[in-house]
Write a protein that binds this ligand. Structure first.
Ligand code: SAH
Length: 222
């Protein structure tokens, strides 16, 4: 049976979503896989109902607790960069937030491990992911700066809050066989979006573009 709420109507309809996809193409997103997934993951279910009509705009949106759901272009870009060398089996995400980026990743990779420091956000994300039957996701309420050592190494790591510098623990948990980490880096309001590729003890660093993320903060909030 079709679920009308997931399908969306009016400002959350298929047509509105298609306009978002066309914008992503115009902005340079090339991965057909990423475009196809973002065409189908219902972004409007990852924000409060009062904002649902803005879900497919090209903008970041508030999700409470002073946090934001990244703009569609950034979600697409980071996902495309992470997957540029092929499908990944295990991915670690730092900053579950709304769970939208988690849902996009879960549709494209083997298994997603996602950590969040604010419990209230994690709980909402958990129920949204369950509703969409995304069962290849594990969530943990913890300070993501430490990663998820028991599950390492990860073929991919995506950081969705900005650290001043990439935490050593995350670099250590990246697969030494070409593992890829994408993260905003910098202490200011504007940061560099960085790709790290690991081969053994060699970490290659590429700066992709400038971005605006909320800061990666230490400690947890229950
Ligand atoms: N990927 C999210 C983006 C949310 S914004 C989405 O699609 O909605 C960044 C998130 O990172 C926030 O929820 C914030 O609470 C979380 N965060 C910040 N510092 C963190 C840390 N040290 N460990 C885990 N999560 C963190």
């Amino acid at each position: 049976m079709r679920d009308l709420e997931i399908d969306g109507i009016g400002m959350t309809s298929r047509r509105t979503r298609e306009r978002m996809i066309q914008r992503l193409v115009a902005q340079g997103i090339q991965s057909e896989q990423v475009l196809e997934v973002m065409r189908h993951v219902p972004r409007h279910l990852f924000i409060d109902e009062a904002l649902a009509h803005r879900a497919y705009e090209d903008t970041a949106l508030p999700i409470g607790h002073n946090q934001t759901l990244s703009q569609p272009y950034i979600v697409a870009r980071m996902t495309e960069v992470l997957l540029a060398r092929g499908v990944l089996d295990k991915v670690l995400e730092i900053g579950t937030g709304s769970g939208y980026q988690t849902a996009v990743l879960a549709t494209l990779v083997g298994k997603v491990f996602s950590v969040e420091r604010i419990r209230a956000l994690q709980s909402k994300a958990r129920s949204r992911l369950g509703r969409l039957s995304l069962h290849n996701v594990r969530l943990r309420h913890t300070d993501g700066g430490k990663g998820w050592p028991e599950e390492s190494p990860f073929a991919g790591i995506m950081v969705t809050a900005a650290p001043g510098e990439i935490p050593r623990d995350l670099l250590n948990q990246l697969s030494p066989n070409g593992g890829r980490l994408v993260s905003p880096v910098g202490a200011g309001a504007v940061q560099e979006l960085v790709l790290i590729t690991r081969y053994g003890d060699d970490y290659q660093r590429t700066v992709l573009e400038m971005v605006r993320f909320v800061p990666l903060l230490a400690g947890v909030i229950s």
